[in-house]
Design a protein around this ligand. Sequence first.
Ligand SMILES: NC(=O)c1ccc[n+]([C@@H]2O[C@H](COP(=O)([O-])OP(=O)(O)OC[C@H]3O[C@@H](n4cnc5c(N)ncnc54)[C@H](OP(=O)(O)O)[C@@H]3O)[C@@H](O)[C@H]2O)c1
Length: 237
Amino acid sequence: MNGRVTRSVAIIGGTGPAGTGLALRWARAGESVIIGSRNAARAQEAADVIGKRAGANARVSGMENSAACAASDLLVLTVPFAGQAGLVKQLKPAIRAGSILIDATVPLAASVGGRASRVLGVWQGSAAQQTSELVPKGVSVVAAFHNVSAELLNGDADIDCDVIVCSDDPNATQVAMELAAKIGGVRAIDGGKLENARLVEQITALLVGLNVRHKGHGGIRITGLPDSAYKTGPVAR
Ligand SMILES: NC(=O)c1ccc[n+]([C@@H]2O[C@H](COP(=O)([O-])OP(=O)(O)OC[C@H]3O[C@@H](n4cnc5c(N)ncnc54)[C@H](OP(=O)(O)O)[C@@H]3O)[C@@H](O)[C@H]2O)c1
């Protein structure tokens, strides 16, 4: 990983609601953000919009996905499950050794024409574990940000949601927790091994169903853990 001062966060598939929302929050928090897309012009367009919203000092650029991978060793993957494996395979040569890849992909049945309130079975156990099988050796995969509403991320208010972070690499977990805690209102919680991503991804399907039923933007809060279990940023409560 680069040092904190020079690093960029590259969001692969960053032109959709999840990617733009995360980019907006991190750009506002002072992170240098790269929006990745299959199309460089589309990436630049999204970066311009986010940059304007994030303020004068924001550092947001746009690149084709493989260029974004080559430019950063801190990657966030925000693509529909149906495109996830193919994209990761395609990007494999561009992913730098030692990178951290934070996967927010939820294997919603909607991504293959089914219901958004159902998850697909994934042979590897979870979408994140599938990614972990496909990235170059030595790349640490983290599962995070599945349960945060993209609509809320794209707004201005603090977000009433915890982010459960799962990885087999404790350093990668810490990096992802720090990023999560930069989102106002969010508390990051170490959720243990990457195999737990299966459980966290499934919560999203429940939330989608609740959102439809109750017309809201539900999130999750884990209560009852010691204060030390929750990582919060300066603005989180
Ligand atoms: N929406 C939410 O509230 C939310 C919250 C948490 C997690 N998530 C998860 O985050 C991921 C992204 O969500 P989203 O709502 O932002 O999705 P999305 O808008 O459907 O897709 C995000 C971006 O992925 C790229 N993409 C689409 N299909 C692709 C394919 N077959 N191959 C490669 N790239 C493709 C597109 O970018 P380009 O066309 O520019 O390449 C698109 O703008 C999903 O897995 C979702 O389950 C979503």
